[in-house]
Ligand binder design. Structure first.
Ligand code: UDP
Ligand code: MN
Length: 299
């Protein structure tokens, strides 16, 4: 092979031919107007994707924040991730917490090539600041250590339970996730920041999708750009005495609209609310957002 070119050779694989006139999914949108795939069960062959990503020796970091009372969600989160998240791949679980000694005695054990890494970070009084400051903290650790330890980062909320496969099909330069409460709704129902004074502002006649703040990721370098941008937007707003309506989620939606459209979009299979039962177009419910008493757990 030519010098300095990394040639990969896929093994022989036998699988059904993709049928140009028979799309596997007909009742859901499978591609965005800028040609980013929307990931739904049926649209991908995991064996092919595994073959591709294994050639890259891909390493994945899963970031999660368990601050103050939210440490109560951590055990289930990790235990279910062990069963369903990136099975067979090296995974670093990066657990940001305000008191490491509170969580290291959970006696959580993880499988081969999986690592629990606890990162002690400051806590904030207001829950809004706890969720918003995740951007800053992810950004800071991206430069400090993630860049040398993993190839991709997956950044999620902790109040969740995995209950079906989540694998390399989600990986791409930058990915966002359709918020389960908004993907069938019109733009006028999206809860974007509507005040023009805010850095998160999106007018009524713009917006592609409403993305969830609790599930994004991509290559480490792209996550750096995303989190750095969102953190600066928040600081600018703070200096002007304004806070976007849905905090980090609002800045993220602005970023995905105006700065970097996601190169892959995760369907609501990847983020579904516990209380919403199921829906005909959902063949899998992979990650479930747990019902919680928000007032109690945030205060
Ligand atoms: N969080 C935390 N401690 C707090 C508040 C929030 O660790 O006191 C983190 C936690 O990871 C949580 C995320 O911030 O999942 C987002 O907050 P929350 O889940 O309450 O937001 P929601 O999903 O209800 O919009
Ligand atoms: Mn949450």
């Amino acid at each position: 092979s030519p010098d300095n070119v990394n040639v990969i050779h896929l093994k022989r694989m036998v699988y059904p031919k993709p049928e140009t006139l028979k799309p596997p999914r007909t009742n859901v949108l499978s591609v965005s107007p800028w040609l980013a795939p929307i990931v739904w069960e049926g649209n991908f062959n995991i064996d092919i994707l595994n073959e591709l990503f294994r050639q890259e020796n891909v390493r994945i970091g899963l970031t999660v924040f368990a601050i103050k009372k939210y440490i109560r969600f951590l055990k289930t989160f990790i235990e279910t991730a062990e069963k369903f998240f990136m099975v067979g791949y090296p995974v670093n679980y990066y657990i940001f917490t305000d008191l490491v000694s509170n969580v290291t005695n959970f006696n959580m054990t993880v499988g081969p090539r999986k690592q629990l890494i606890f990162l002690e970070v400051p806590s904030y009084k207001r829950w809004q600041d706890v969720t918003m400051r995740r951007m800053q903290m992810i950004r800071d650790f991206t430069k400090q250590r993630f860049a040398s330890e993993v190839d991709y980062l997956v950044c999620v909320d902790v109040d969740m339970r995995f209950q079906d496969h989540v694998g390399v099909e989600i990986l791409s330069d930058v990915f966002g996730t359709l918020h389960p409460a908004f993907f069938v709704k019109g733009r006028d129902k999206f809860t974007f920041e509507r005040r023009p004074e805010s850095q998160a502002y999106i007018p009524e006649d713009e917006g592609d999708f409403y993305y969830a703040g609790g599930y994004f990721g991509g290559k480490v370098e792209e996550v750096y750009k995303l989190t750095n941008h969102c953190h600066h937007a928040m600081l600018t707003d703070k200096a002007n005495n304004i806070e976007a309506i849905w905090h980090d989620e609002s800045y993220l939606n602005n970023y995905f609209l105006y700065y970097k459209k996601p190169t892959k979009i995760l369907s609501p299979e990847y983020l579904w609310n516990e209380r919403d039962g199921t829906a005909f177009y959902l063949r899998k419910r992979r990650l479930i957002s747990l019902h919680k008493n928000a007032d109690e757990v945030r205060n």
